[in-house]
Structures are given as structure tokens and as C-alpha cells.
Design a protein around this ligand. Structure first.
Ligand SMILES: Nc1ncnc2c1ncn2[C@@H]1O[C@H](COP(=O)(O)OP(=O)(O)O)[C@@H](O)[C@H]1O
Ligand SMILES: [Mg+2]
Length: 1001
């Protein structure tokens, strides 16, 4: 274990070095512009230094910078090549500071923290309208779509998560002065992950859609995208059915901003995307039919005009009502109970209500398709992309809500970072220099406080008996909250203020700046009368959106703003239960221009986003903290004292653990219940060490398990091997035994033969005597006297060879004498040359073949191999019983005369003879093809011995013979210019002779 810890320590150091090397390597010169993490900013309290760094990096298209784990993003207003699949791969599984800052790094870190700690997270994306929040949230979603494990089922969920975006954007986004694709609703999206990290489902919460946009757009702004998409991109049939013309100008609700066409927006292609997306997120034909029916009906509704009848009531003056009525399956009455003004007001209220409720229906419908039915525990990552703080020249109720929402989120940010951070240090007893920051709680209270807050006052005003107007509401506010430092009206303001403030307006000093609102907030309470009518609609969506169970006028209705307030409380609760991560988006200029960095604008955002304070807290603070128990539980395998079980308190365990890991004193602090780690890199190094260690532990456990499994196999194999070995050994031992027995037998026999060597030949000594004979003959062959004169130097024979030795001596002398005394004719030369060896052969043959009689005749021959007909020099010997073909002292073939079928010779003088034998044994040799210089002599001798003169056959041309039993060969004879023997192409042995004389026997 100690050894393992040492290894881990080493690998930890190595890892740290590697991280540093990676950091170096991954930074190109361009990436080194400024600093990547504001925590390293010097001086960290300087706003100008902060701004300089942002600007420098922005001009190098380095739009991301960290403050610890918070990501600051500056909208580049141009496409950057940093969102490719390759980039995603690069950022997957890599620690924060190993690569240049990126939204993918943040997304990946959130995901991995969720995986390892199995808890819930959310990413709060904030910034003012047009700062890049929605783009950031899309990038994060895309990253998860690519980086998470995928299966067919998961891909399905992934596609729906991704495609829910274009649909929601079509219905909920619009072109504003700030942003061509401004989200006009707040969106909180949960992505649910299973324990393996697969995205298995999702859920969307939407917040207050800016419905006023349906009926009114400021100059330079548009209605929601979907209207333009339908009119521009809708198929001919569809438009005809909806009674629409392909011209936005014809619809009052589309042209008030006077900018139906925008160069940055392609409504036609967006329409196609939406259509496709709708089918992926499971919208049926009838759903889409009803949905577009509603969109078209809103457009028709906008075109309805009213006349006054005699009694002052509004009547319809054109037939648009037929259209919208038809589309939402409603039969409108021709006459209304309203005055014309009232009727117009009611018409718009209806359009807004229809659109707003349809939007909610849409979100629910998308949620149905994203819902994960599996009830096993999931972890979630929430993405909050909510409308940013915004200020227009005229700010109405919706801006009020939007900015209130931003106040709430800022409050949450403060709660979760600045305030809680500092409170935590205090609670944990960690020395701390408090960082001052502006707490916007005072503004939140101004808006939402019970009984005194603006929302309460508004509620009261809307619901009190008697007529409520903008003026009565304003007066009420002046009366109740007039003294509030963040609230001012014309009446309450000083001279300077009065110049910029109309009488009917009021101004709030938000954390992000001053905003002047017109006090027509009273619009926003329900309009029960017209909703009753809607309940009769046959359009399924409308029916669903205006249920008959809706609380009617009998109950005190909730104003829209109160509903919104409650929904924000709900959102805060959702967020507070999760681990927060932040992306702070900054808008570099108001003109949506790439490359323009407006210092004043950015400085303002840096200020109100609280980035400087955040940096200060970060700088002084600790990047990571965890309860001792949790920290110990995770990292205890890294220290031999804490692994596998620690008996003491968690704090003591952690102390031992970090001592073992070599944490330096300034890198951490021990709180009352938590450990605080100053730099992320310390934690990352620890985590890396843990991963190595975990891997090793896993390998050990795995090895143990495998060992257990393998052992069984091994035992079986060993048993089998032992068996085989035993068998083999037995077999070998048996062979050895047999060999020994045989040797003993042979030796015994030899000894017996030796002992009886002088007795007459019998079974006991026959082998021994044969051996003695052969031995003597072999030695004799080697030791023959060189000359006749040396006759005394004859090898002394053993007793049984006395006679034979005498005989041999005689023959030998005769040969030698012949050679020297008589002289030798050239024809006999070959025979003489074979000298004595030949006779020795005969003798050898005689003894070994146990021939009783000596050989009758011997003659040298050339024997032709059966295969390939190669010539070999041999001795042909006839005894009384058989003919022998001998090579030196070796019998090559024995032919019993009884098996001699005949002899073939050719009619030419080629000296060839073929001995035909009967042979049934396939392994025995076949017929003999020989050439003999003493053909006549040899044939005469043979015919005498076998006593059969007819055995010789003279053939002409060709003779067939048996190479071996069953395999035939041929010898072809012919006369020619030159004597030759060769193997012809046809495989026959070709014998060519020069003499033509025929042989006669
Ligand atoms: N990372 C980015 N890269 C390129 N363009 C961007 C990026 N972020 C934002 N933009 C541009 O800015 C516009 C506004 O961004 P958006 O995310 O809609 O702002 P917000 O949601 O904060 O109001 C986008 O339509 C896009 O043109
Ligand atoms: Mg947006």
C-alpha cells in the first residue's frame, strides 16, 4: 500500500507537471493575450485592468475569460471557428485550466462534477438583452448532445432536446432593437441524465412571455418569428386553407414596427426547420393544423375593424371575423356588448391571451415529448436562459417584469456567491477580510415586498372596487413608497429628474441602471368576459387553453404580475437546491457590430454584473470547499492511514490525508465542518491522483476476481496435464523397459554365443558366429596385404573362419598372380579391378544369407534405377537358390529363382537384360533392368542354374516391365549413330546402340 501511495504521489507530481506542460503547449501565442483567468489579474481591484484584459482578448477573438469557475463571455457578433466537433472533443474530460477558456470547458466540468458527485447543477446564464445568453445555452446543449454517451434511444431524446429550441424560438423570440433573435420569454431547461451520463430526458419551464408584442411592436421591432415564417414560408395549400396571403403588409399585427423583412433572418428556411422539428417532437398532423390555425386566426383577429351602431355599440365592419372564427371553430356574434374602443381593447386582449396560452400549451407539449418515463434516480443540469435586463425608450409592464426577474437573479447570484461565500467563511471560522458589494435586495423588496411592494400595490389597485386608472395607481405608489431611494416620479423628483420624467411615469433605479416605466400596468389582469366565449371553440388547443374550470369572476383572480412573482419564487427554489455555475455575458456594443468594444458600455455591465466583487471574493477566497465527510469518503484511498476505514473524526482523517498528499499550508484551510481549498489546481491534482488510484484499486479487484475465475480453469488444466504426463511417462517407461529387456536378451544371447562358439553351429551360437564371420570379413577387407609377397601378413582368422580364410587366401593370391603374371586383357579389366572385394562380398553373402553352397557365378553389372533410370554399379551373383544384386558387402535385392518369371533381352547388341519377377508385395522391388558386358556368359550361367533355357526372351523395339507391382515401365531399344542410354520424354528408358546385328541365342 505504501508503495502504491508513493506511486500515486509520483504520478500526482508528474500529472501536475504535465498539466503545466499542457497549458504551455496548448497556448498559442495568440491565446496568451492577456490573462485567461481574472484571478491572476494584477492589480485585481482595478476596473481598468479588468477592462483592458477583456478588450485585448476580444480584439483577438478570445471572447471567453474565467473568474475562477465563472465564465465571462463577450458577444463577438460574428461566427468564430471555435464550436466544431473537434473543439468539443478537445474539451471533453479536460480540466479547466488545461486549455484556453471555453464554454465547452464549463459544460464539461459541470457534467463531470455531476457524474462524480451524483448531484444536481444549474448554469445561470445572465447578461443584458443581446449579450449572447441564448447562444451560450445552445452551445452548451450542443456540447452535451455530442459528448454524452449515445444509443438509439438516447439519440432520440437528444434530437428532441435540440429541436425543441427552434420551435420555442419561433414562437417565443422576436427581433427587437437590441437583438434580432431576442428571447421574449424566460426559459429554464432541465436536462436529465442517468447514472451513466446519458441524457435521458428534459423539462422546460417558461416564464412570462411578452404577449404585448402580439398586438404591438415598437418601431424597428417585429412580432414573434412564427407569424413571418408562416406568411413567408407557408406552403400554398396551407395559406389558402388558412385564408392568408403571402404578404406581411396585409396584417396589422405584423407591420407596426415597419420592419417585417430583416436581412439577418431567413423566415423561409426557418419555417422549414420548424416544420421538421415539430414532427420530431411528436406533433401530430392535427396538432400542427390547430396550431397554425391559431396563428392565422391571430393575424385575422388583428385585422378586425369595428363600426359603431346606432346605440354606440361596436359592430364588425368586415368579414375577417369569419376567417378567425372559422380557424378556431367559433361562431362570433356580429354585435358586441362593447364600445368601439373597448372592443378594440378586448380584441387585442383576446389575441394576446390566445397567443400566450397557446405558447404555454406548446411548452407543455414539448415537455411531453421530452419526458422520461423511467423512474430511476436522475441527476439534472439546468440551463437558465432568461431575458436580460433591458431598457427601451418606452418601458411597459413587460420590461418591468423582465427587469424585476433580473433583479431576482442578481439577488440569487449574490446569495449564492458573494453573501453566502462570506457568511460561510465566518461560520466556518476562517479568517476573512469582508468584500463590500452592492446588495440589490433593497430593490427586490421595493418590487415584491408584501403590502408595500409595487406588485402588492398593483394587485390592490386592480382588484379594489371602483375605477382604477394609471393615475390612481401612480398616486398610490407615491403615497406608499414615495420615500424609497430607488423609486422616483415626476412629482417626487428634483428639477433635473422632472425634465426627463413624464407625469404619468415612474422610475426605478435598478441595480443595472435606471428605467422609466409608464404606469399602464393595469392592463394586466384577466378579461373574464371574452374568455367565456373562447370556451366554446372547437379547436382542440383553444379548448385546452381556456378550460371551463378556470376560476371566474366570483373568485378574486390573480393578476398576471402576481403569477409571475410566484413563478420566480418557484424558480429560485429550483435553483437553490442545485449547485450553481455562471456564465456572464457581455455586450460589447449596442450596434450588433463585430470588432467594436465600447468601453463605457462594457464597464457598465462589468459593474452591474458584480464581476469585480466576484473577482475580489474569488481572489481572497477558496475555489473549493467540501464537508470533511464527503471529502474523506472520496479521497481516502489516497492515504494508507485512511484506507480502507478511518476510525477517527472526518476532520482528523482529512488532516492526515492532505498531509500525506503534501498540501502546502497556504493551499488550504480547515474550517469547522469543511475543508477549503484555495486553488482549483490543488483539487484537480488530488482528483487525478484519485483517478489513478481508483484505477489501480479497480485493477486489483478485477485481478483478484479474474484470478479466482482463472484458478478453476487452471486447476482443470493442471489435472489434465498431469494425466497426459503420466500416460506419456508410462509409455516411455514401457519402451525403455522393452529396450532394456531386448538389450539384456541380446547381451545374454551374445554371451551364450560366445561361450558356445567352438561348438557346432546351433541356435545358441548362430548369431554370434555370423557376427564373428562378418566382423572378420570386414576387418579383412580393410587389412588385405598390399602385395603377394606379404602373404604372411594375412589377418588371423577366428577358429570358425580357419577354412574360409585359407580359401580366401588362395583366391586372393590367384587374383593377384593373375593380375601380375598373366596380364589382363582390357575386357577383363573391370572384373579384375573389382578385385578381392567382390569375393569378400560373396563370402559375406554366403555367410549372412546362410547359403550352404558357395556362389556359382558373379559378374559386374550396371543397374538402372527404377525411378529416373540412373545407372548404378552393382555385382550380380547367382547362387544355387537365388540371384543377388549386391553393392559392395550389401545385398540390395534377392531374387529367388522360383519367383523369376523370365529374362528379356533386346535383339540389338546393347547388353541389356531385364529380369522379370513375380511379386505380390507392393513394398517389394520390381523387375531389374541391367546392363552386363558379359551378357552371354551371364545368361548361359543363369539358364544352367535355373535349368531352363526358355526363360530368356528376345524382344524387339520395346519391353514392358514392372517398376514395382502395379506400376509399369518401358525400355525402348533402337539403333543409332551413337550408343546412348537416357530417359526419354515419354518416361521410357531409351537404349540406343550403334551395332545393328541381331542377337541370336
Ligand atoms: N458566441 C457567439 N458567436 C457568434 N455570435 C454570437 C455569439 N453569441 C451571440 N452572438 C450573436 O448575438 C446575437 C444575440 O445573441 P443572443 O444569444 O440571442 O442574446 P441574448 O439571448 O443574450 O439576448 C445572436 O443572434 C448572434 O448573432
Ligand atoms: Mg436570448
Amino acid at each position: 500500500m505504501t508503495h502504491m501511495v508513493l506511486e500515486v504521489k509520483e504520478s500526482l507530481e508528474e500529472r501536475c507537471n504535465q498539466i503545466l506542460r499542457n497549458m504551455e503547449a496548448s497556448l498559442t501565442a495568440r491565446d496568451r493575450v492577456g490573462i485567461q483567468d481574472f484571478v491572476l489579474l494584477d492589480p485585481h481591484t482595478s476596473e481598468s485592468a479588468f477592462l483592458d484584459n477583456l478588450r485585448k482578448r476580444f480584439h483577438e477573438n478570445l471572447i471567453y475569460t474565467y473568474i475562477g469557475t465563472l465564465l465571462v463571455s463577450v458577444n463577438p457578433y460574428k461566427e468564430l471557428d471555435i464550436y466544431s466537433k473537434k473543439q468539443m472533443d478537445t474539451y471533453m474530460g479536460v480540466n479547466f485550466f488545461e486549455l484556453p477558456p471555453h464554454i465547452y470547458a464549463l459544460a464539461d466540468n459541470v457534467f463531470r462534477t455531476m457524474q462524480s458527485e451524483f448531484n444536481n447543477h444549474f448554469i445561470l446564464i445572465s447578461g443584458e438583452s443581446g449579450a449572447g445568453k441564448t447562444e451560450a445555452s445552445k452551445k452548451i446543449l450542443q456540447f452535451y448532445a455530442v459528448s454524452c454517451p449515445s444509443t438509439k434511444l438516447l439519440n432520440n431524446v437528444r434530437d428532441r432536446l435540440l429541436l425543441s429550441n427552434p420551435v420555442l424560438e419561433a414562437f417565443g423570440n422576436a427581433k427587437t432593437l437590441k437583438n434580432d433573435n431576442s428571447s421574449r420569454f424566460g426559459k429554464y431547461m432541465d436536462i436529465q441524465f442517468d447514472h451513466q451520463g446519458g441524457a435521458v430526458g428534459g423539462h422546460i419551464l417558461s416564464y412570462l412571455l411578452e404577449k404585448s408584442r402580439v398586438v404591438h411592436q415598437n418601431h424597428g421591432e417585429r412580432n414573434f418569428h412564427i407569424f413571418y415564417q408562416l406568411v413567408e414560408g407557408g406552403e400554398e395549400d396551407l395559406l389558402r386553407w388558412l385564408g392568408l396571403e403571402r404578404n406581411c403588409k396585409n396584417y396589422r399585427y405584423l407591420v407596426q414596427g415597419d420592419c417585417a423583412k430583416v436581412s439577418s433572418i431567413n423566415d423561409k428556411s426557418d419555417w422549414k426547420t420548424v416544420r421538421k422539428a415539430l414532427s420530431v417532437i411528436e406533433f401530430s398532423e392535427s396538432d400542427t393544423e390547430h396550431l397554425f390555425g391559431i396563428i392565422a386566426s391571430v393575424l385575422h383577429l388583428g385585422n378586425i375593424k369595428f363600426d359603431v351602431d346606432a346605440r354606440g355599440y361596436a359592430t364588425l365592419n368586415n368579414n375577417q371575423e369569419i376567417c378567425w372564427g372559422f380557424l378556431i371553430r367559433l361562431k362570433p356574434k356580429q354585435r358586441s356588448p362593447f364600445s368601439v374602443d373597448h372592443a378594440v381593447y378586448a380584441r387585442d386582449a383576446l389575441a394576446k391571451a390566445i397567443y400566450g396560452r397557446t405558447f404555454n400549451w406548446l411548452v407543455n407539449k414539448i415537455n411531453e415529448s421530452l419526458a422520461n418515463k423511467d423512474s430511476s434516480r436522475k441527476t439534472v443540469i439546468g440551463l437558465l436562459d432568461i431575458y436580460g435586463f433591458e431598457v427601451f425608450s418606452v418601458n411597459s409592464f413587460e420590461q418591468f417584469c423582465i427587469n424585476y426577474c433580473n433583479e431576482k437573479l442578481q439577488q440569487l447570484f449574490i446569495e449564492l456567491t458573494l453573501k453566502s461565500e462570506q457568511e460561510e467563511y465566518e461560520m466556518e471560522g476562517i479568517e476573512w477580510e469582508p468584500v463590500p458589494y452592492f446588495n440589490n435586495k433593497i430593490i427586490c423588496d421595493l418590487v415584491e415586498e408584501k403590502f408595500r411592494g409595487i406588485i402588492s400595490l398593483l394587485d390592490e389597485e386592480c382588484l379594489r372596487p371602483g375605477e382604477a386608472t394609471d393615475i390612481t395607481f401612480l398616486e398610490k405608489m407615491e403615497e406608499k413608497i414615495g420615500g424609497h431611494p430607488h423609486f422616483v416620479t415626476h412629482k417626487l423628483g428634483d428639477q433635473k429628474t422632472r425634465k426627463t420624467l413624464d407625469r404619468g411615469d415612474f422610475r426605478l433605479l435598478h441595480y443595472a441602471g435606471e428605467v422609466t416605466y409608464c404606469s399602464d400596468l393595469l392592463d394586466y389582469y384577466s378579461f373574464p368576459v371574452i374568455f367565456k366565449v373562447m370556451r366554446q371553440s372547437k379547436n382542440a388547443i383553444i379548448k385546452h387553453c381556456f378550460p371551463s374550470t378556470e376560476p371566474d369572476s366570483k373568485r378574486r383572480p390573480e393578476t398576471v404580475v402576481t403569477q409571475f412573482k410566484s413563478s420566480l419564487v418557484g424558480l429560485t427554489e429550483i435553483l437553490m437546491s442545485k449547485e450553481p455555475w455562471y456564465v456572464r455575458c457581455i455586450k460589447p456594443n449596442e450596434a450588433k457590430q463585430p470588432g467594436h468594444f465600447n468601453d463605457v458600455l462594457v464597464r457598465h455591465q462589468v459593474k452591474y454584473l458584480g464581476l469585480m466583487e466576484h473577482l475580489r471574493v474569488r481572489r481572497a477566497g477558496f475555489a473549493y470547499r467540501r464537508k470533511y465527510e464527503i471529502f474523506l469518503q472520496r479521497y481516502k484511498p489516497l492515504c494508507p492511514d485512511t484506507w480502507p476505514n478511518w476510525k477517527g473524526t472526518a476532520a482528523e482523517g482529512v488532516q492526515l490525508l492532505i498531509k500525506h498528499l503534501g498540501y502546502k499550508p497556504d493551499e488550504y484551510k480547515m474550517g469547522r465542518t469543511k475543508i477549503f481549498i484555495r486553488h482549483p489546481r490543488t483539487l484537480f491534482a488530488t482528483e487525478d491522483a484519485f483517478q489513478v488510484c481508483k484505477h489501480k484499486l479497480a485493477t486489483r479487484i478485477q485481478a483478484k476476481y479474474k484470478g479466482f475465475r482463472v484458478k478453476e480453469d487452471y486447476l482443470k488444466q493442471r489435472e489434465a496435464a498431469t494425466k497426459i504426463e503420466n500416460c506419456w511417462r508410462g509409455l516411455m517407461a514401457r519402451k525403455e523397459r522393452e529396450k532394456r529387456a531386448w538389450a539384456v536378451k541380446v547381451i545374454k544371447k551374445f554371451i551364450k554365443g560366445f561361450m558356445t562358439r567352438n561348438e557346432p553351429a546351433c541356435i545358441d551360437n548362430s548369431e554370434y558366429l555370423a557376427y564373428v564371420r562378418q566382423n572378420y570379413l570386414t576387418r579383412l577387407k580393410e587389412n588385405l596385404p598390399k602385395t603377394v609377397l606379404q602373404k604372411d601378413s594375412w589377418l588371423t582368422p577366428p577358429p570358425i573362419m580357419q577354412e574360409v580364410a585359407q580359401l580366401l587366401k588362395k583366391i586372393y593370391i590367384r587374383h593377384m598372380v593373375r593380375k601380375y603374371v598373366r596380364g589382363i586383357t582390357p575386357q577383363r579389366k573391370a572384373q579384375v579391378k573389382s578385385t578381392f572385394t567382390c569375393h569378400l562380398c560373396l563370402l559375406f553373402l554366403f555367410f549372412s544369407d546362410l547359403c550352404v553352397r558357395p556362389p556359382q557365378y558373379s559378374v559386374p553389372v550396371v543397374k538402372y534405377d527404377r525411378n529416373g533410370f540412373r545407372p548404378r554399379l552393382r555385382q550380380l551373383i547367382f547362387t544355387q537358390q537365388a540371384a543377388y544384386l549386391v553393392e559392395e558387402a550389401k545385398i540390395k535385392q534377392r531374387i529367388d529363382y522360383s519367383s523369376l518369371r523370365g529374362v528379356s533381352v533386346s535383339n540389338l547388341s546393347d547388353n541389356f537384360l531385364i529380369l522379370h519377377v513375380t511379386c505380390d508385395d507392393i513394398n517389394k522391388k520390381g523387375d531389374l533392368v541391367l546392363q552386363c558386358d558379359y551378357l552371354f556368359e551371364a545368361l548361359t550361367k543363369l539358364s544352367i542354374i535355373v535349368n531352363n533355357q526358355n526363360c530368356i526372351k528376345v524382344v524387339q523395339g520395346s519391353v514392358r516391365f514392372d517398376i514395382q507391382p502395379g506400376r509399369e515401365g518401358f525400355v525402348d531399344f533402337k539403333s543409332g549413330q551413337e550408343s546412348m542410354v537416357y530417359r526419354a520424354k515419354n518416361g521410357h528408358l531409351m537404349v540406343v546402340t550403334t551395332q545393328c546385328g541381331e542377337m541370336l541365342l
